[in-house]
Design a protein around this ligand. Structure first.
Ligand SMILES: *[C@@H]1O[C@H](CO)[C@@H](O)[C@H](O)[C@H]1NC(C)=O
Ligand SMILES: *[C@@H]1O[C@H](CO)[C@@H](O)[C@H](O)[C@H]1NC(C)=O
Ligand SMILES: *[C@@H]1O[C@H](CO)[C@@H](O)[C@H](O)[C@H]1NC(C)=O
Ligand SMILES: *[C@@H]1O[C@H](CO)[C@@H](O)[C@H](O)[C@H]1NC(C)=O
Ligand SMILES: *[C@@H]1O[C@H](CO)[C@@H](O)[C@H](O)[C@H]1NC(C)=O
Ligand SMILES: *[C@@H]1O[C@H](CO)[C@@H](O)[C@H](O)[C@H]1NC(C)=O
Ligand SMILES: *[C@@H]1O[C@H](CO)[C@@H](O)[C@H](O)[C@H]1NC(C)=O
Ligand SMILES: *[C@H]1O[C@@H](CO)[C@H](O)[C@@H](O)[C@@H]1NC(C)=O
Length: 910
């Protein structure tokens, strides 16, 4: 449920933001650098040309203006006849011949398409429309601009393919068409652009592979095709681009190994290939080839092997990111030679050996005075944190080593790392106290020390961390009281300190931290006393967990002020009194009939609360009495009622709620009739599973009728009231509701108020429709229908049941010879040993199944017996129906027979 979601989201964010730079600043810098250097060369004298004239240019510009529909800054108002076109905003003309040589209209939010007339601007050298909303295609008339050097259209919404005619513009130096929606592949004719220095295609929808002809572009310095849908392996020819400085193809689906020729590109400054499926090892010589490399980003691929020691020779390396691969072995201890290192990303590999030497590399990193990020989560690092971490760069802002086997204490010297704002040590074997010096890290935003063996008190210096958003110290052995200084952490959004040995009262400063918007989890400690009324200050909180403590007293009504609360866990305390009615006004409640609210008793045990929205004010005392009676009813096939609450809500309406065990596998209704979302092959119930469910339900009814103090009639048995737990054991829910509602409605009883409890259409016994009283026989009828539904897969309300045909008759007519025609086809397929890839309920499908699938004889016998039981239960006259005791007996006999026959064809139980 929601609480559980908090963690994956958090971890995901952590992994994305901590471990990976998806956007390289270095790359951008380079782009701007190359771009601006070359633009300087633009203003050259212009030569004459015979055919097109200055008038052609004039017309082309007017046409250009015409196809721009949105100009919110009014840039094109200057484009008028009272003003020579050479003076129009964004236009540069050649000095001699008054012809347009440059159009530069970047970042004006211009919306519209590119007129094909622009192909007539035969002197055009620069066409720059960066950061606008230009849509449509790049006109193939671009091919006529044979003087074009700069085509800069990045960050628009251009679609279609890159026109082949573009490759005729042989003077092109810079193509920047990233940030669009271009499709198709990179043109193989690209090799005709022999002057090309930059090809920036990042963030489009390009497909296909990298053409080998790209290797001919010996002037190319920048190739960026990142964030597209490209596939295939990197061609060897890439190694021919001797000028290449930036190679960025991250966020695609490239696979295979990097060609060895790549490592010959000694000019490379940036190699950014993360988020692909590239495999292989890094060659040992890597550091001796890539002497100029600043940025090596190969994360989220399938590399394996060890980190070559030669890396330490890439003296300019700033970013080294190999996270999310399968690297093994030790991290070279000479990484400290990389004095410019800013980012070291090693997370999610198999580095380290759980040995004492694993963290030796940390000591050498003291030389890297520019280090900002040091990430080595999800590896096998063992050993203890060296005291030398105190000597790491004061620029270090992120230090994460989530999920390793690092032991020992947290060195006090960690307080020297005053740049830290992300510190994640969760899930290691750290022991000892939380150092007081952590309080010096005043920029801290996320501090995660959870899942370790830390002991002692939570230092009050934590109160100095006023920028802290998230504090995880759950699952340690911390004790004592929570320091009230925590109230100074007025940016705290998540406080998770569950499963420690904290004791004493919950300070009102903590419970009243109104900044907490996501989660406050104090569960599994030894807090005593009552819940302070300040709890009402948690107005933005989503999840509050106080379960498994020693809290006592009444739950303050102010809890109803926590208007964003979706999950509230109070179990395992000594609270007394009623649940405050104010809870009824909380988010999540309020729709018709019954509302389930997710509550959680403990991580292992979820519960559900059913709020009964009653219009009538009722006898609360009887409700509670009835409810308490229900609480005493325990059977392995009944949903356990944990508690009930009854009260008046703010509006003066009755608030009545039942608290149940939460059933992990949903309802039988879902299993029989809906495919599980997001799964192509939804798991279907096997024969044995269905039989077990039927037996479970029958046993529950048997218990309700014959083994309770007073017989309890269910009145509304149907698949949605049969819930399945994690072991697929069925539990009947909503039993006794009829009586509860009856009690509640006695004051102004009328027909309509009791109608809802006489069952649901299709399952309600025929006599109910004729004013008959609710009865055990009525329930048995519903059970019979349920049984037929379980094995036919047909709802009693199926469209086919009309003109006197109903599920009972449908089954009766098929017996005994034709039962394979009515059995749930998915069951036939399952019993025939196949798992259906897609189950379609329509008739042709059934026909095919009938013809092709031979039902196993034993199964057939069993199903026949079951249908007979279903039919006997759903007979028209109440006194002719089978007794529930006989039903359970017979169903058990069927099961025994089924199990005793060998090779019964059932799928193995998981
Ligand atoms: C075009 O050039 C001709 C001759 O060079 C000149 O007379 C005319 O005014 C120019 N027109 C524009 C719009 O600049
Ligand atoms: C034409 O452009 C000039 C120069 O920007 C401007 O001052 C003038 O208002 C414009 N005329 C019209 C009719 O928009
Ligand atoms: C595109 O190139 C082709 C082949 O050279 C040529 O026939 C066609 O006219 C060009 N299109 C335009 C609009 O210039
Ligand atoms: C394109 O947009 C992105 C995201 O807004 C921005 O970071 C980048 O600098 C833009 N590119 C150019 C060339 O302006
Ligand atoms: C590209 O290079 C290949 C050999 O690597 C050569 O055959 C081809 O002619 C070259 N193309 C151009 C346009 O130079
Ligand atoms: C790399 O360069 C070396 C010499 O500089 C050469 O011997 C080798 O063949 C090249 N490797 C590839 C794959 O191009
Ligand atoms: C680093 O480069 C030097 C000089 O080329 C070389 O002698 C040394 O072996 C290299 N170091 C590693 C670890 O490869
Ligand atoms: C150049 O553009 C084309 C459209 O692409 C027009 O059809 C031509 O008439 C135009 N030529 C001139 C001389 O303006």
């Amino acid at each position: 449920m929601k609480l559980l979601n908090v963690f994956p989201t958090y971890t995901m964010k952590l992994q994305n933001s901590l471990l990976y730079a998806r956007w390289s600043t270095y790359l951008q810098l380079q782009l701007i650098l190359i771009f601006s250097i070359n633009l300087v060369c633009l203003i050259h004298p212009v030569y004459t040309s015979t055919a097109p004239t200055n008038e052609t240019d004039h017309l082309a510009l007017l046409k250009f203006k015409e196809s721009i529909h949105t100009d919110s800054h009014g840039i094109l108002t200057s484009w008028n006849r009272s003003n020579h076109f050479c003076n129009w905003v964004g236009i540069t003309c050649g000095l001699l011949h008054q012809r347009v040589i440059s159009i530069d209209l970047s970042g004006y939010d211009l919306g519209g398409s590119i007129s094909p007339y622009f192909g007539n601007l035969s002197f055009l050298r620069n066409f720059t429309l960066l950061n606008n909303n230009i849509y449509g295609q790049i006109p193939e008339e671009v091919g006529r601009l044979y003087r074009l050097q700069y085509l800069m259209l990045t960050n628009n919404t251009l679609g279609g393919e890159i026109p082949v005619n573009l490759t005729k513009c042989s003077k092109l130096v810079f193509i920047s068409i990233g940030g669009n929606k271009l499709t198709g592949g990179i043109l193989k004719e690209v090799d005709s652009l022999t002057n090309l220095e930059a090809l920036y295609l990042r963030t489009n929808k390009l497909t296909g592979g990298i053409p080998r002809s790209l290797g001919n572009l010996s002037s190319l310095k920048l190739f960026d095709a990142g964030n597209n849908n490209m596939v295939g392996s990197i061609p060897d020819e890439i190694g021919d681009m001797k000028s290449l400085s930036i190679l960025a193809i991250h966020d695609n689906k490239f696979s295979g190994k990097l060609p060895s020729s790549l490592y010959n590109l000694s000019s490379l400054i940036t190699l950014s290939i993360g988020f692909n499926q590239i495999e292989g090892v890094l060659p040992n010589s890597i550091g001796n080839n890539f002497r100029n490399l600043h940025h090596l980003g190969i994360g989220w691929n399938r590399f394996h092997g060890t980190i070559p020691a030669s890396l330490s020779n890439i003296s300019k390396l700033q970013v080294f990111d190999i996270g999310y691969n399968k690297f093994t072995g030790q991290v070279p201890v000479n990484l400290g030679n990389l004095r410019d290192l800013v980012w070291l990303g090693l997370g999610t590999n198999n580095l380290g050996n759980n040995s004492t030497r694993d963290l030796d590399f940390l000591t050498s990193l003291a030389n890297c005075s520019k280090l900002e990020r040091l990430l080595f989560s999800f590896n096998n690092f063992g050993g203890v944190l060296p005291n030398s971490i105190a000597n790491l760069s004061s620029q270090l802002n992120r230090l994460t080593f989530l999920s390793n086997q690092i032991s020992g204490t947290i060195p006090e010297g960690i307080g020297n790392l005053i740049g830290l704002y992300f510190l994640v040590m969760e899930d290691n074997l750290l022991t000892g106290n939380i150092p007081t010096s952590l309080g010096k890290l005043q920029d801290m935003q996320l501090l995660d020390l959870g899942l370790n063996g830390l002991s002692g008190h939570l230092p009050s210096s934590m109160g100095n961390l006023t920028r802290l958003n998230i504090l995880f110290i759950n699952q340690n052995k911390l004790e004592g009281s929570i320091p009230s200084t925590i109230e100074n952490c007025h940016n705290l959004q998540i406080l998770e300190i569950s499963q420690n040995n904290f004791s004493g009262a919950i300070p009102k400063q903590v419970i009243g931290l109104s900044s907490i918007s996501l989660l406050l989890n104090l569960s599994g400690n030894s807090f005593t006393g009552s819940l302070p009324v300040e709890v009402g200050k948690l107005q933005n909180i989503n999840s509050l967990d106080l379960s498994e403590n020693n809290l006592s007293g009444e739950i303050p009504a102010t809890i109803g002020d926590c208007s964003s609360l979706e999950y509230l866990y109070l179990q395992g305390n000594f609270f007394h009194g009623n649940m405050p009615s104010s809870l009824a006004s909380l988010k999540g409640s309020g729709s018709f009939g019954s509302v389930y609210k997710g509550f959680l008793a403990h991580e292992e045990r979820e519960i559900a609360v059913k709020v009964l929205n009653l219009q009538k004010k009722g006898a609360s005392k009887s409700f509670i009495a009835e409810c308490n009676a229900l609480r005493n009813i325990r059977h392995r096939n009944l949903v356990k009622i944990l508690t009930c609450c009854s009260s008046i809500d703010y509006n003066g309406n009755d608030f009545k709620a039942l608290v149940f065990d939460f059933m992990g596998n949903g309802s039988l209704e879902q299993w029989l009739h809906s495919r599980i979302e997001g799964e192509n092959e939804s798991r279907k119930l096997s024969f044995l599973e269905r039989l077990n469910i039927a037996i479970d339900v029958a046993s529950a009814l048997h218990y309700l009728y014959e083994q309770c103090e007073q017989p309890i009639v269910h009145c509304d048995l149907k698949p949605s009231n049969v819930l399945l737990d994690n072991e697929m054991t069925a539990h009947v829910s909503d039993f006794g509701l009829a009586k509860l509602l009856f009690v509640t409605n006695t004051i102004s009883q009328n027909q309509s108020s009791t109608q809802g409890i006489k069952g649901s259409i299709g399952y309600a016994a025929p006599e109910y429709g004729m004013g008959g009283l609710v009865s055990i026989e009525g329930d048995v009828y519903s059970f019979g229908i349920l049984l037929l539904e379980i094995f036919t897969g047909r709802r009693p309300t199926d469209d086919m049941f009309k003109d006197g045909l109903n599920l009972h008759k449908y089954a009766m007519l098929a017996l005994p010879e034709n039962i394979s025609q009515i059995v749930d086809p998915t069951l036939l397929q399952l019993e025939a040993g196949e798992i259906p890839s897609q189950i379609n309920d329509d008739e042709p499908e059934r026909q095919i199944n009938r013809i092709h699938i031979q039902m196993n004889g034993n199964v057939q016998n069993c199903i026949l017996s079951i249908f007979k039981i279903g039919l006997s239960c759903s007979l028209e006259y109440p006194n002719e129906r089978m007794k529930i005791g006989d039903v359970t007996k017979e169903l058990n006999l069927v099961k025994n027979y089924f199990l005793s026959t060998e090779n019964h064809g059932d799928r193995p139980q998981t």
